[in-house]
Design a protein around this ligand. Sequence first.
Ligand SMILES: [Mn+2]
Length: 302
Amino acid sequence: MIFSTHNPCKFAFSAEEEDLEKIDINDEQHWGIIGVPFDSTVSYHVGSRYGPIVVREGSYSFEYYNLPLKTEINTLFYDFGDLNTIPGNCQKTCDLLCETVTDLLNHNICPILIGGEHSMSEGALRAIALNSDNNTLNDVTIIHFDAHRDLIDNYLDEKYSHATVMRRAFELGPNEIIQIGIRSSSLEEEEFVYNHNNIITFHASNVRENIKPLIEYIKSINSKIYISIDMDVLDPSFAPSLGNPVPIGLSPDDILEILIALKDKEIIGFDVMETATDKLGDITAITASKFIYDFLSLMGIE
Ligand SMILES: [Mn+2]
């Protein structure tokens, strides 16, 4: 080694390009990070297009040894950089992301998205569906952390939007969607949930009061799992830099406890969306980065 340098455009601890050659795609599970700098349908506070760069930068504040989890971060993952988005066109950008995630899946690499607005999760979920035997998600449970349900069919006359992403995901036929941290919803969404018994809700107030029923529920899951975290699941005191902050949310401790409970499950995708700031060292960005760091640390524990 001649230079002592690091690349702040890649998540800390990412494998080097030459390590990619050594990956045996039939071997163990590998992870690939894709940033999605897109925020064109945001209806309140814009800025999540800067999420990927500030979340990556935040990762350099962590140690190789993850003290709370008592493990070194030895999971093999590679940061592939950012998707070339099409500003103003959510559907086309989702299509591009779907193609990119399909490329990852063809190399037996599971996606980790850094958002960017939440709508982008659809591109990854669609790729996973199209990669399955029956082109659906019927063997996948989506664990969806969010203040909002995101189950509106048409938001401001748009099918593809941050507010409709779980409705589009539902159309891919998942085994179940578990919504955690909900505290804002429309009547349309409440009726939709009432009419579909495979959408399970753990409201923010219930989780804060007693997290145990949720932990027991997710420990009983025996399907594949995709985890989608909208950072607004957190209380704005922990994560203020968001597209749509909603007071009285969860704490980072709650999220970590749930991630730990999921560590032995078959997780096939992970995303952390909606960090909306262009400020280095922003608390929301560092917390988003911590979730990715903790998740990758957990995935490396035998
Ligand atoms: Mn939300």
